[in-house]
Design a protein around this ligand. Sequence first.
Ligand code: HEM
Ligand SMILES: *[C@@H]1O[C@H](CO)[C@@H](O)[C@H](O)[C@H]1NC(C)=O
Ligand SMILES: *[C@@H]1O[C@H](CO)[C@@H](O)[C@H](O)[C@H]1NC(C)=O
Ligand SMILES: *[C@@H]1O[C@H](CO)[C@@H](O)[C@H](O)[C@H]1NC(C)=O
Ligand SMILES: *[C@@H]1O[C@H](CO)[C@@H](O)[C@H](O)[C@H]1NC(C)=O
Length: 320
Amino acid sequence: MASYRVVCSLALLLITIPASRAMLDSHYYDQTCPQAEAIILQTVRNASIYDPKVPARLLRMFFHDCFIRGCDASILLDTTTGNQAEKDGPPNVSVRSFYVIDDAKAKLEMACPQTVSCADVIAIAARDVVTMVIVRPSWDVLKGRKDGRVSKASDTINLPAPTFNVSQLIQSFAKRALGVKDLVALSGGHTLGFSHCSSFQNRIRNFSSMHDVDPNMNLQLAEVLRKKCRKPHTDRSAGTFLDSTSSIFDNEYFRQLTQGKGVFGSDQALFIDDNTKSTVEAFAKDQSLFFGEFAASMVKLGNVGVIEKGEVRLKCASVN
Ligand code: HEM
Ligand SMILES: *[C@@H]1O[C@H](CO)[C@@H](O)[C@H](O)[C@H]1NC(C)=O
Ligand SMILES: *[C@@H]1O[C@H](CO)[C@@H](O)[C@H](O)[C@H]1NC(C)=O
Ligand SMILES: *[C@@H]1O[C@H](CO)[C@@H](O)[C@H](O)[C@H]1NC(C)=O
Ligand SMILES: *[C@@H]1O[C@H](CO)[C@@H](O)[C@H](O)[C@H]1NC(C)=O
């Protein structure tokens, strides 16, 4: 554990993804592939009907892609001989549903060959899953990203951990040119989806020498989670939804934070720290304020470390 911390903080010091001044464009494919967004939406919508876990997974996929090496679809590359890819890195639990992106890409290759990058497909899909579950929020996705050629499992150590406090979260986001408001707004992504027990186990048992349960966690929630996670070692699929309306994109996540019902330490910390508390309260009170800020922050997230010259992969799981 100690050595993990050392490696982790070293990596945090050394690896900074430059804030790219990307020249992305919402009309990028207007001439070359006008049907691109319709094809992606149709694929995402169909997949979500068959598997309701798809929306949350695609939203999280975009976050992970952009935080590691920038939004370059490095998360989609398969492990090859001699290289373990991001996909198979330690926090891989629940980043799945890659097949949806691969399906959309296969259809795009039929409609407009060698044109639409996998990185853009993820960015568009992440918008679609949000707008699909409710009419708002929506935003124009800027496009024109190229696909990267490198994907390393060891890079995933640079993702923020659910045990992070607010200073660590702010630092992690700042390295990607994302501010405190972006941190709070984007954490609202946890209005969708599910977590395994392993991601919040530390809060519900043996939290510290003083407290068995994290004192910042609502007691009823702690009770429920302890029951759900009774046998973490035998039932690896056990866990909980991240808010009480986990398939609806709403501001319930923030309302829960104000009641001590955030699932991760990193969620609940946002309501404790003075740097973020007032924004949490504002989003909890005003859903349309949250929607507007979430949309703006998703556009900023989509600019992180963008590559503008490079390849458009033919298949998202392998480099050309
Ligand atoms: C602020 C730092 C963040 C941390 C520490 C964090 C951590 C986590 C963890 C630990 C899980 C559960 C994994 C599991 O046990 O299955 C999770 C799930 C999820 N995260 Fe985050 N996350 C963060 C930010 C974000 C952002 C910015 C987004 C998107 C805008 C996002 C979207 C999601 C979604 C949708 C899920 C549910 C996935 C599913 O149901 O399969 N997260 N996150
Ligand atoms: C819809 O999704 C299902 C399940 O993934 C798949 O079998 C089917 O081919 C898809 N249909 C279309 C039209 O994409
Ligand atoms: C997660 O990564 C581990 C190696 O760290 C690998 O053995 C496992 O297959 C991966 N799981 C998924 C679902 O990709
Ligand atoms: C946040 O966590 C780091 C690393 O554990 C620690 O050094 C720092 O003091 C913490 N900050 C606050 C405000 O708790
Ligand atoms: C809690 O910590 C104690 C002492 O370190 C240990 O004996 C016990 O097994 C731990 N319990 C759990 C549930 O991890």
